[in-house]
Design a binder for this molecule. Structure first.
Ligand SMILES: [Zn+2]
Length: 348
């Protein structure tokens, strides 16, 4: 079969090549790839900044935002041939730590977890892949190709669960929410927040086009410019840019008793003075700064429901380009109008 593979930490090593069929030890469920979404992590791996091959191997099959069709359900009693499925990305560490022991591998404490297409397990950018039945999530068949958005939705499902849990530490009546960054993760956050009784605001650098259109279609308000210049103090900020200055502004701008949830990694570069200043801003207003990464099975299940219940026409506008596997390099090069770019392996 063909696969898109990379030698991790070696720039420009990615290629579309002949690759052995998935090993039966990778799981009893055999899946035909339909599509795989591309995100910033894939670009980091391909440019040699991140990623680990499986033990004893030099190359890693790329891809973690999967959508596939079951060829052989194997030992699974709940799957049938033809079912649309996605594969869960992270596996618990072998020790396991206390969190992995209870199935909360997204909260792994020792960093020895593995991740498909990222850390020590092959990903989903191959014509066929296998999985253990317990790491496969069935997708509502009516979603079709939109099922490829399930993995990004898990990230937001977990992050918003964290925010809501933290809000319960005191009496809490949030009214305004700001999402910084109108990429796929930010827009999915806005989508989920817009179904609650909240005023949703989204801030991004881009002034026209798809981003403001998708935000207003949710009934939310779109802003450009600086977080500090907004005419209100958000009760919650979901930070999806990873940009240091946006994070710093968010810490200063959030309302008292507020929550800032970081979903991206900042470029850093702040000195000790800035840290002390940040501490004052957080302490004096009882604010919470929470980081959120990855997702566990509960989030995958809920994300599937969230996606199935969302407006299909709105969701379909998030997928802005479909690329054939042999042209994968086109998918990894960002274009100005890109939102979610997918590599499509087979028709649906
Ligand atoms: Zn662990």
């Amino acid at each position: 079969m063909k696969a898109i593979t990379v030698e991790p930490k070696k720039p420009a090593s990615a290629r579309y090549e002949d690759f052995p069929e998935p090993d039966a030890r990778e799981g009893s469920v055999l899946v035909e790839a339909v599509a795989v979404g591309v995100c910033g992590t894939d670009v980091e791996i391909v440019t040699g900044k991140y990623g680990w091959a499986p033990p004893g191997k030099t190359r890693l099959v790329l891809g973690h935002e999967s959508l596939g069709r079951v060829i052989d359900p194997g030992e699974s009693s709940s799957l049938q041939k033809g079912d649309l499925v996605v594969g869960i990305v992270r596996r618990p560490d072998p020790v396991p730590c206390s969190n992995c022991a209870v199935g909360e591998w997204d909260m792994c404490r020792n960093g020895q977890y593995t991740e498909r297409g990222i850390k020590e397990i092959h990903g989903f950018m191959s014509e066929r892949w296998r999985s253990e039945p317990e790491y496969v999530i069935k997708v509502d068949p009516s979603l079709g190709i939109l099922g490829v958005l399930l993995e990004p939705m898990t990230v937001i499902t977990k992050a918003l669960e964290q925010v809501l849990l933290i809000g319960q530490r005191a009496y809490w009546e949030p009214r305004t929410v700001l999402v910084t960054g109108a990429g796929p993760i930010g827009l999915l956050a806005a989508l989920r927040l817009s179904v609650r009784n909240l005023q949703v605001h989204v801030l991004d650098r881009v002034e026209t086009g798809l981003r403001p259109e998708l935000v207003s279609a949710l009934g939310a308000t779109y802003h450009t410019g600086s977080v500090m210049d907004l005419p209100f103090e958000p009760d919650v900020i979901v930070e999806c840019t990873g940009v240091g200055s946006v994070i710093a502004d968010s810490i200063h701008k959030v309302a008292a008793g507020g929550i800032i949830c970081l979903t991206g990694i900042g470029a850093g570069g702040t000195g000790y003075g800035a840290v002390a200043d940040t501490a004052a801003a957080v302490v004096l207003k009882n604010n919470v700064l929470v980081g959120s990464v990855n997702a566990n099975k509960r989030h995958w299940y809920k994300a599937g429901q969230n996606l199935a219940g969302a407006d299909r026409e709105w969701l379909s506008r998030l997928i802005t380009r479909r690329v054939k596997p042999e042209n994968f390099e086109q998918a990894l090069n960002r274009e100005p109008d890109d939102m979610k770019v997918i590599i499509q392996f087979s028709d649906i």
